[in-house]
Design a protein around this ligand. Structure first.
Ligand code: FNR
Ligand code: 8K6
Length: 347
């Protein structure tokens, strides 16, 4: 029954969502040259305010986190002001919106910020060339020093405070999809032998420090987290990664965040070392609010919620194709199928 999707949900004392359909974070590469949201972006988000919660496209916490053209930031007054127009428009339409906070680590490129190098846990380059900029190959990153790690934590925390200043209802820490935080959590990208690598506890240290800094700064009720225990994008998974997430998930659970969000493109993908799909693994190891995602339809998504596989459903590509997704499924109208050519324009 699709009805399940329309039951409101209390996340905590601070936040109640009007339905269980969330807009998944979707990078669109449409910010202006100063990485400020445009009027087209304001209108795009405002049109989707009938979802229970919009999670914004990934937003850079600082300049050297950039790995794609025209991805927005949240580290200059102009960017904060630009996002305020987005959050005002969403709130005026009765919606709620979180900012997804992002640093791409080794997926960044000095080309974008006119820098000399990119930071990552270890000096292991991503193979290949940049999407949409095929002439650029990824560089060998500089392993972050302890002082640089401290600064990254401070910058994540400052970006969370900036998000609240910009009117966001909260933030989602982007710990998924092979970007900086996730690079600490997988053996293929973390070969450190200091307190940030080598053991599950050490590999989880930077991610947990970011989580703690942000939840202390803006409140745990306003802090969500996305994780990808299965390596599938921007890095390779390793059977040893399982122990890292076995340690991390109970640690995250103790922190009583607003939610945990599965980071995957297709939730039917199985990982040997997780004994199944990422959502099955996370549900087994985490007992608070879980957001499922990845190739779900309204029908398969509501069935999964009813079966207890997760609590809320994030929808990505179908919401690119259908700004009125919620209204369409509630009134039984057919959805427009997504195709990749739709990425060229914000509708
Ligand atoms: C994504 N996804 C994504 N994930 C994320 O955490 N931050 C991001 O900025 C993006 N950007 C992004 C752009 C585009 C064009 C796509 C298609 C996907 C992943 C997204 O949130 C979601 O997990 C997947 O799209 C799977 O859900 P759907 O599309 O099958 O409903
Ligand atoms: C976070 C931002 C990134 C830019 C996004 C691009 C997304 C393009 C969608 C392509 C899907 C790729 C899925 C990869 C899955 C690999 C499975 C083995």
């Amino acid at each position: 029954m699709l009805d399940t999707l329309f039951h409101p949900v209390v996340l905590n004392d601070t936040l109640t969502l009007k339905n269980r359909i969330l807009m998944a974070p979707l990078t669109r590469c449409m910010a202006d040259d100063n990485l400020v949201p445009t009027q087209a972006m304001i209108d795009y988000y405002a049109r989707r305010a009938d979802t229970g919660l919009i999670i914004s496209e990934a937003i850079l916490v600082r300049a050297d986190g950039q790995g794609y053209p025209h991805t927005p930031g949240l580290f200059t007054p102009e960017q904060i002001n630009g996002w305020h127009k987005v959050t005002d428009a969403v709130h005026n339409n009765g919606g709620k919106i979180f900012a997804q906070l992002w640093h791409t680590g080794r997926v960044a490129h000095p080309f974008f910020f006119n820098g000399e190098y990119v930071l990552a846990p270890s000096a292991i380059a991503l193979e290949g060339t940049l999407p949409r900029m095929r002439e650029l190959t990824y560089t060998v990153p500089k392993p972050a020093t302890k002082a640089e790690i401290e600064q990254l934590i401070a910058d994540f925390s400052q970006a969370a405070a900036n998000a609240i200043d910009a009117g966001f209802d909260g933030v989602e820490i982007h710990g998924a999809n092979g970007y900086l935080i996730d690079q600490f959590l997988h053996f293929s990208t973390n070969e450190r032998d200091d307190e940030f690598g080598g053991t599950p506890e050490n590999m989880a240290r930077f991610p947990l420090a970011v989580i703690d800094a942000i939840s202390q700064r803006i409140g745990r009720d306003r802090t969500g987290l996305r994780l990808s225990p299965g390596g599938y994008f921007n890095l390779e998974g390793d059977s040893r990664d399982r122990a890292v997430f076995d340690y991390l998930l109970p640690e995250v659970e103790k922190r009583c965040l607003a939610y945990l969000h599965v980071g995957i493109f297709d939730d039917s993908m199985n990982f040997d070392y997780l004994d199944g799909s990422v959502s099955q693994y996370m549900r087994a190891h985490y007992h608070r609010t879980l957001i499922g995602v990845g190739c779900y339809t309204p029908e398969t998504g509501s069935d999964a919620i009813e079966a207890g596989k997760f609590d809320l459903l994030a929808i990505g590509r179908p919401l690119i194709a259908n700004p009125d997704y919620v209204n369409k499924i509630q009134s039984g109208q057919a959805l427009t199928p997504y195709d990749d050519t739709m990425l060229a324009q914000l509708i």
